[in-house]
Design a protein. Sequence first.
Length: 184
Amino acid sequence: MNTIIVDNKKQFEKTLEFLKENILLLRTGRISPSLVEKIMVESYGTKSELVHLAAISSPEPRSISIKPWDKGIIKDIEKALNNSDLNINPVIDEDLIRLNFPQLTEERRKELVKILHKKLEESRISLRRQRDKIKDAIINLEKTKEINEDEKFISLKELDDLIREYNDKIKDIGEVKEKEIMTI
């Protein structure tokens, strides 16, 4: 496989990892602590992810409990949760914050699937941009006589095969998440 393709394969993996992290935030039937872990909380003059400031658990299928390690930042966490796109009102119970999520409606599930498809398409676009950069580099190598025309076509075919493989992975990830969202 062409070294340019091998060197850039890491970018394809990063695109998949970003997609996986990004769709974790899409809510499904069972609530997961990962839904709130990445929320940025401003406390002590800096911003930190919620997971670094509190113990997060899901004691019931549709609720999350957040227990800050420092009770003094409970209001900061509440503010961050209110500003997030969760559309949930946190309930403060002494030194614990509870988030109770209502059952997803069919309409909301369909909205989440649309959001999922948008994120999947963004990942495909990212792959295409990366492919175009690599393709240009391969064509430039042929123009500067570093590789011959046959090597160029072989490299371009390898690149297309690799992109097809990653597009299939994106499709598989999307199908699993869509099934998860639509399961009641």
